[in-house]
Design a protein. Structure first.
Length: 329
């Protein structure tokens, strides 16, 4: 915190040295990491550098008093999820951290949550900036992908199958539970985990590179994010409610409320949605198994535009923006 009063400077410098100078595994392609004016990095010569940034702000993306260890995980996870959705192999990240005060216990827990995920994915923290202000975390992550194997949003084709990984709506139900709008009962812990500790589908994304036509990570809900693929590709898509993968918690919610909205429009799941030539269905199934993910065929890419949601009785439901009322039971 360069704008901190003088007596704080040393301790905040120490905080960075203690918790951020060696976060993540050693990498040969990091010539110089945390500590100088810039990091010095060696991108591989024959691959594209994939780059992304995501910010979490207190009161917007996480609640006041949120568990710092989970926040450290999630802040990195959402960035790794972007790299996954591009088919990229994560390599490095930098951390812009804004804190109301230098709180050692908070930083220690935050750095631990981040470090565990960083090690799991082989990514190294190579720099950042620490400032004083309302709590927010902004991460900038880089990865590599061979040209031609990247998963762009713009390459879906009519006739492609639409797939999603994992289960949908759990993070939205976790948020409703946190806000007292839904009681997950026996699934309480599972829903909280899905909201606070998303697992980026990095291996799945990398293996789908060069196989899937288009991909996106589900941060805003299936309807909206599949819509981004459609817009970028100049196509339409349809998905069937009856095909959507629901967890036990999701099925319990649906049985009680009849409300499909968390599954269609719930954010923060960080699963992958991808489109695939039907001829590659078997290959994709093998890839998903090898990546440890269950992936489900939920619909098709069609000529035209827009995302069309098909109810179990075959009727098309309107997906008008803000159209929650169409779905609540
Ligand atoms: P400068 O004023 O030259 O930008 P800083 O004092 O901000 O330097 O940072 C010193 C070093 O610590 C730099 O290498 C910077 O990348 C690193 N750094 C600062 N904050 C963080 C952080 N939150 N996470 C990782 N590295 C950080
Ligand atoms: Mg600085």
């Amino acid at each position: 915190m360069s704008d901190a009063p003088h007596p704080m400077i040393q301790s905040e410098f120490d905080l960075i040295q203690t918790y951020f100078a060696a976060l993540g595994p050693h990498r040969e392609d990091v010539d110089l990491g945390v500590g100088d004016d810039c990091a010095l990095l060696r991108p591989p010569p024959n691959r594209l550098l994939a780059q992304t940034q995501d910010t979490l702000a207190e009161g917007v993306h996480f609640a006041v008093g949120a568990d710092p260890e989970a926040l450290g995980h999630k802040a990195l996870a959402v960035n790794l999820s972007d790299l996954a959705a591009m088919g990229a192999e994560p390599a490095w990240f930098s951390l812009g951290l804004t804190l109301p005060q230098a709180d050692t216990a908070w930083v220690a827990a935050f750095a631990h949550g981040m470090a565990v995920l960083a090690r799991a994915h082989g990514v190294r923290l190579v720099g950042g900036d620490t400032t004083r202000g309302p709590r927010s975390i902004s991460i900038h992550a880089q990865g590599f992908v061979a040209a031609g194997r990247e998963l762009r949003r713009s390459r879906a084709r009519p006739g492609d199958l639409v797939y999603v990984s994992g289960t949908l709506g759990d993070a939205a139900l976790g948020l409703m539970q946190q806000q007292g709008e839904w009681d997950g009962g026996a699934q309480h812990a599972a829903l909280a985990e899905r909201l606070h500790r998303p697992e980026p589908r990095v291996l799945l994304g990398r293996r789908l590179g060069g196989v899937a036509h288009a991909a996106i990570d589900l941060s805003d809900g299936l309807a909206a994010d599949l819509g981004h693929i459609c817009t970028a590709s100049g196509v339409g898509a349809r998905f069937e409610l009856g095909r959507l993968p629901l967890s036990a918690a999701g099925r319990a919610y649906l049985a009680v409320t009849g409300d499909w909205m968390p599954f269609i429009a719930g954010g923060d799941d960080y699963e992958l949605c991808f489109t695939l030539d039907p001829a590659l269905e078997r290959e994709a199934a093998a890839i998903c198994r090898a990546a440890g993910c269950v992936c489900r065929h939920v619909g098709e890419v069609v000529a035209g535009d827009g995302v069309h949601c098909i109810a179990p009785d075959g009727a098309e439901l309107s997906l008008a923006r803000g159209g929650y009322e169409h779905f609540s039971g």
